[in-house]
Design a binder for this molecule. Sequence first.
Ligand code: ADP
Ligand code: MG
Length: 578
Amino acid sequence: MAQTNTTTTQAPSYPAQVTGMDILVRALRMVDIDTMYGLVGIPVTELAYLAQGRGIRFISFRHEQQAGMAAATHGYLTGKPGVLLTVSSLGFMNGLTATANATVNCYPMIQISGSSVREPIDLEQGTYEGLDQLNIAKPLVKAAYRVNKPEDIPTAVVRAYRAAISGRPGGVYLDVTTPCLGAIMDADEADKLFYQPVDLCPAMPPAQAAVDRAVEMLAAAKKPAILIGKGAAYAKVENQLKTLVEKTGIPYYPMSMAKGVLPDNAPLSALSCRSTIMEQADVVVLVGARLNWLLSRGHGKWSESTKFIQLDIDPEEIDCNRPIAAPVVGDLASSLDAIIAGVEKTKMSMDPTWVPALQKETAEKNAKFKERLTANASAMPMDHWTALGVIKPIMEANPDIILVNEGANTLDDTRDCIDMSQPRHRIDCATWAIMGMGMGSAVGAAVASGQRVVAIEGDSAFGFSGMDFSTICRFKLPVTVVIFNNGGIYNGVGENMGTNGDPAPTTLDIHARYDKLGDAFGATTYYVQTPEELQKAFTEAIALKAPALIDVQLGADSGKESGHIGYLNPAPLEKIIV
Ligand code: ADP
Ligand code: MG
């Protein structure tokens, strides 16, 4: 019989005995988890030490939300769940923000949180960090489990892993109670608990009839387009998409984080023709992209007659906003393979004027865009476009660099400006369009990929996660953080509408020297005011392959309220106070 002991202060006598924490670390190793992100304290401090001692990299943060953003980004880039470790109560809740965000964005991650002793929580007697964490997590995550006994830990880890990556990926919460973490078991009994799970992420091929229906519709299309979402980036189907595009000649449009799955800057990229596609395409193939708010309403209007072929792993996604004429439910790799096989046997009937018209529009828009980037190049202070005009060619000449990007105008303008040519090289605030993912995602991207990362941050966006720039420094990661300081949320020219003289709600610090914050943690830092200074600093910083921070001084009037999504505001500011 397994012997369990529920006191936490007792030490096991190694090697004859082990604790729940030993079992948890071994169970994580069993499913190939090699990295954990988190912030320790009671009751998980020893767990992190054990994990580190047994070959799991532990990346310690200053705030759990950022550790969670790192885990989510790790999951997105690697296709294996990123793991976040949190303490009970507040630590758990801080981390849960990121786990909920991962669920909305279909990033696979597992939040493992220590929790307090159950009995006083259930009787509401008040206990150290006592919170009913499992029930709080449940509505916000893809799946949530609690382990009470060390014997159940390997099963719980495998279930959490499968839930995170199977079907539509998402965030999973695994609650491990303090008594379970500290429980002592005989080592030979514990040995018997482990097994190697088979096929952790099974292929889910689509039905042939669904594929045939889609191919037939595609073959008959006159003005087709392929719309690529971040599901395609996650599923690593860039080769299949390249084949499909080459075989059919159909133009493509990427969603923000799908930029680079196929090159932004290639003859069949219709990146600049979103409205034309929405108004004129007769058949649109959605590949791992949802017809959510980012593809409707203020973001453009589809023609009534556009028909959709939707490739998605989640059957519930189909028809959720618009009728889908040809759903192909399955994993993207299998679905695209099957569609390519079908297309090879079928004659396409695309209108020969469709692609040239899109290419003409692209050339015209690109020329206009170029003008914008240099229009104010000699004016001081710089605006967003001038700064991006400097950064763009350098980023595009270094396609290995992963770009992390958040802000309002900083997000919109950077996305519009910097062409991507590699898949999974653009990570941003994504489906919820939230702020506060920057430093966490930068750390996760650098750790998961081993590559260089550049984070382009609005000054407000940076504020949410700024302290975790110190994590970049402690772990000596090859990350350059670029802060576009226009002194506020949207911009720095907001006016107090009353008489007390306080800063306006959108006003931050136009004169803040964010570079000095970098100095505090030993980074290489720069403060730049001109395009020439920015060019020198940015070129130098990315060559360092070490922590660097560039404070880019913009004008306070650069940037408009809400960037491109002002239409979501309930009322225009000038009309709310009369
Ligand atoms: P975007 O915002 O870039 O349009 P979304 O995150 O809204 O992308 O949509 C991604 C879609 O991709 C989701 O509907 C998700 O179910 C789907 N998806 C994720 N991974 C896979 C996969 N391996 N195979 C098929 N579909 C996937
Ligand atoms: Mg700003």
